[in-house]
Structures are given as C-alpha cells and as structure tokens.
Design a protein around this ligand. Structure first.
Ligand code: FMN
Length: 182
C-alpha cells in the first residue's frame, strides 16, 4: 500500500448543507455535489447537514482542509441558521479553503455567496473564486436528482474543486510548516 503524504495526500472536505427548513430543496443540490466530489482521488469527503444539528461540528471543521457551503438565497442573503452555525465555530476556520455552491431564483443564489465571503474573510478563511450556481433551482434537476444540464454544472463543479484542492493543499502545507498566527 502506498501511503500518500505531503502535498498529494487527499484533502479532507466537509460539505455543509446550509438550509434547514421543512420541505427544503438543499439536499438535492448537496447530494449531487457530494457525488461530484466523492469521485475524486484528491478528496476525502464528508457532509454536515445543519438540519441534523451535526454533533462535533467544530471538531469536523478543525479536521477539515476545505469546506464547501451549499446555500440557498433567502431575501438576497443566506439563511440565518447557517450564520449561527458559522459563528459557533471560531479558530477552526482559520487558514482553511472555503468554496460555495448556491441555488435560488434568477440570481442563482449568488446574492447569498457574496455576503458569505465577507464573513469568512473575518474568520481568516480563504474563499475560492469559482462557484457552482443553480438558477431556478427546482427546474434545474430531474426526478433522480441529476442536473437537467448534463455538462455545465459538472464542469463548474470540477473548476471549483480543482481550485479548492489547490488552496486546501497549499494551506495544509503552510499550517504544517508554521501554525497560523493571530
Ligand atoms: C424565505 C425565502 C426567501 C427567499 N428569497 C429569495 C431571494 O431573495 N432570491 C431568490 O432568488 N430566491 C429566493 N427564495 C427562493 C429560494 O432560493 C429557493 O426556493 C430555494 O430552493 C430555497 O432553498 P431551500 O428549499 O433549500 O430552503 C426564497 C425562499 C425562501 C423560503
């Protein structure tokens, strides 16, 4: 067995399901994204569903190299329970790579993503530029939970994950070399 160390070791990714309301669409989007990420050898993937009040949330963030937040857009921002969960965790966010998968109406949830970038900057996390965004989300998936567009979302997920893995590895190396400061 080859033990992978250093740069090439799979990065630990936690995917956060950011909507908790009854009848939510979030798990359709999150499950699809986890399937995309789980197919990669450079990632070890877990899911944190905020509706289940996941035990050990802070510890899981601490052990992660990267986090992807799957968020809907509510009134031009992101859900309140997601902010609560983010705020429950402190230094565990520092020097971690964070990406976003958003969904909503015509704006594809992007008005939820931009304010989240400001929050994560305050937490010393590094957000990656590429996003996956579903506009008119309910119509964008078929009954099996697969995107109706069989190319665009998968390509966007690959672009996001490629960038996220680079940052996750870079930050993991840096943290190992020198614990993140103040
Ligand atoms: C309280 C509420 C506010 C919403 N506000 C917006 C909005 O400002 N812009 C938008 O594009 N969609 C908005 N939507 C539509 C949601 O983004 C869409 O229904 C999405 O599927 C909600 O995610 P969820 O089902 O996982 O909770 C809103 C939905 C809810 C429930």
């Amino acid at each position: 067995m080859t033990v992978q160390t250093g740069w090439t070791a799979p990065a630990r990714l936690e995917v956060i399901v950011g909507s908790v309301r009854e009848g939510r669409f979030g798990p359709v989007v999150a499950d699809w994204f986890v399937r995309q990420a789980s197919g990669r050898a450079d990632l070890d993937v877990g899911m944190l569903d905020l509706a289940e009040d996941p035990p050990g949330f802070a510890g899981r963030i601490d052990a992660a190299d990267a986090v992807v937040v799957v968020t809907p857009e509510y009134n031009h921002s992101y859900p309140g329970p997601l902010k609560h969960a983010i705020d429950e965790v402190g230094k565990e966010w520092r020097a971690k790579a964070v990406g976003f998968v958003s969904y909503g109406g015509l704006a594809g949830g992007l008005r939820a993503v931009e304010p989240l970038r400001v929050v994560f900057a305050e937490l010393h996390a590094v957000t990656v530029r590429e996003t996956v965004s579903f506009y008119m989300a309910h119509q964008s998936f078929d009954a099996d939970g697969e995107p109706v567009d069989t190319h665009g979302p998968a390509a966007a997920a690959t672009a996001l994950l490629d960038q996220l893995v680079w940052w996750a590895r870079a930050l993991r190396s840096a943290r190992a070399h020198q614990p993140y400061g103040t």
